[in-house]
Design a protein around this ligand. Structure first.
Ligand code: ARG
Length: 459
């Protein structure tokens, strides 16, 4: 097949090079954005009198037909037409002749691909934002059900202090909320229109870049033609945002894997979200959570791949940059695959509130509160810490919890201890006295939940 750029060449491209060079296999998914961009460019060329109005109209009309034909599966893309941009231009020219040949006036594939990828990523980002809203909702719903569900909070995976499951869920709400706002922020820098940068040095034609930007719904136009074609920061930013989304999903997945083990027994995955073993009849494995944790690795890989691909590339466009697509597409596909199943898995799991509560009671999670009790009676905190440290040592030796000690045993550690200590170290008090902003107390949690609901409804 004759190449659109074949004039300077006397020999056909080697078949292997055609296969090697071609990106149509993966960039065909940008067909809609490519056509939209070309329609805007052709419309502007006509309005500016750069090409005849009737050619502009013919191009716009035929691009509309091509869009339908692609969507109806009537078009077969060609490897030797290299990429989605030249495939569509070739189909157009085959259909309408000279008018089609005028479409690429004042444009390069370098600014064309920069435009297409920006539009494609913005469309996908909007979909992922929706999924993140659903993820936030899932955690807030779960928090609402578990305001009174006391569980152990951990540091170093050692029991630390009692919290509630609602508080734990709201921690994840905060993470996914940050992910959402990061995506919105990243979209602002993606939302800049590069067409008019040409191959690298702009163009001599009187293009109306602002008109094209407005027609395509962009906020602004790029301000330097070299940067316009060689910038892929927005791709890397998105890959970074998506890596954090996966990191958050994988952290909760890891907790669910631990919590569904026999040792914890805090949650049980629904049968529909677990799998069995081919040999061990008793097994019920949290495969969905494990796969989300595992897939996080490929998204990190995409991010590092993109950063490495861009490292040290001289200005302006280099073919290296064609490698941006498979990696960012893979990140997008992975996140879009994981988030819905992640939410469904969480919504359907059973929470064993009794085991959580029992778990909170072991491991002296109320030791800090016992020390705080002494502080409130006038002892300096460091002295109180030492008294309760001794008490815990005694409890370990006698296989008792702090709240199991008799008043006589209590008094042997400090004579300022009175009957009200039992209430002060109860799990409920430990949780509900933590009334600072951001704390797990019931009242604070209820406020946090209504704030979260208000935020989600405002989106
Ligand atoms: N397929 C190319 C890409 O994805 C399009 C730009 C090609 N430009 C060029 N001068 N070879 O980056």
């Amino acid at each position: 097949m004759a190449k659109l750029w074949g004039g300077r060449f006397r020999k056909a491209t080697d078949q292997r090079v055609d296969d090697f060079n071609s990106s149509i296999r993966f960039d065909k998914r940008m067909y809609k954005q490519d056509i939209k961009g070309s329609i805007a460019h052709a419309t502007m060329l006509g309005r500016q009198g750069i090409i005849p109005m009737e050619d502009s109209e013919a191009i716009v009309r035929e691009l509309g037909h091509i869009l339908h034909d692609i969507e109806d599966g009537k078009i077969e893309f060609l490897i030797d037409a290299e990429d989605i941009h030249m495939n569509i231009e070739k189909i157009l020219t085959d259909r309408i002749g000279d008018a089609g040949k005028r479409l690429h006036t004042g444009r390069s594939r370098n600014d064309q691909v920069a435009l297409d990828i920006r539009m494609y990523l913005m469309d996908e980002t909007a979909e992922i934002e929706e999924m993140l809203v659903e993820t936030m909702e899932t955690f807030v719903e779960l928090a609402k059900e578990h305001i009174d569900t006391i569980m152990p909070g951990y540091t170093h995976l050692q029991k630390a202090q009692p919290i509630t499951f609602a508080h734990h869920c709201l921690a994840y709400y905060e993470m996914f909320k940050r992910d959402y706002s990061r995506l919105v922020d990243c979209r602002k820098r993606t939302n800049i229109m590069p067409l008019g940068s040409g191959a690298l040095a702009g163009t001599t034609y009187p293009l109306d870049r602002k008109f094209v930007a407005e027609m395509l719904g962009f906020d602004d136009v790029t301000m330097n033609s070299l940067d316009g074609v060689s910038d892929r920061d927005f791709v890397i930013e998105l890959a970074s945002c998506l890596s954090l989304v996966m990191m958050h999903a994988s952290r909760f997945s890891e907790e669910l894997i631990l919590w569904s083990s026999n040792e914890f027994g805090f949650v049980e995955m629904d049968d529909a979200y677990s799998t069995g073993s081919s040999i061990m009849p008793q097994k019920k494995n949290p495969d969905v959570a494990e796969l989300i944790r595992g897939k996080t690795g490929r998204v990190y890989g995409d991010l590092i791949g993109l950063l490495t691909m861009m490292k040290g590339t001289p200005l302006a466009y280099n073919k290296d940059m064609q490698e941006d697509k498979e990696q960012i597409f893979d990140s997008i596909d992975t996140v879009k695959l994981c988030l819905p199943v992640f939410c469904d898995m969480i919504r359907t799991m059973r929470v064993n509130t009794r085991n959580m509560h029992e778990g909170a009671k072991g491991g002296f999670t109320n030791a800090t509160d016992a020390a705080d009790y002494l502080v409130k009676k006038g002892l300096p905190f460091r002295d109180a810490h030492a008294v309760i440290g001794n008490m815990v040592f005694y409890c370990i030796e006698h296989n008792k919890a702090i709240e199991d000690l008799t008043m006589e045993e209590m008094k042997s550690f400090s004579d300022i201890i009175e009957d009200d200590i039992y209430d002060a170290v109860s799990m409920e008090t430990c949780v509900n006295d933590r009334k600072v902003i951001g704390g797990p107390a019931k009242k604070i949690t209820q406020k946090a939940i209504s704030k979260a609901e208000k935020y989600i409804n405002s989106l």
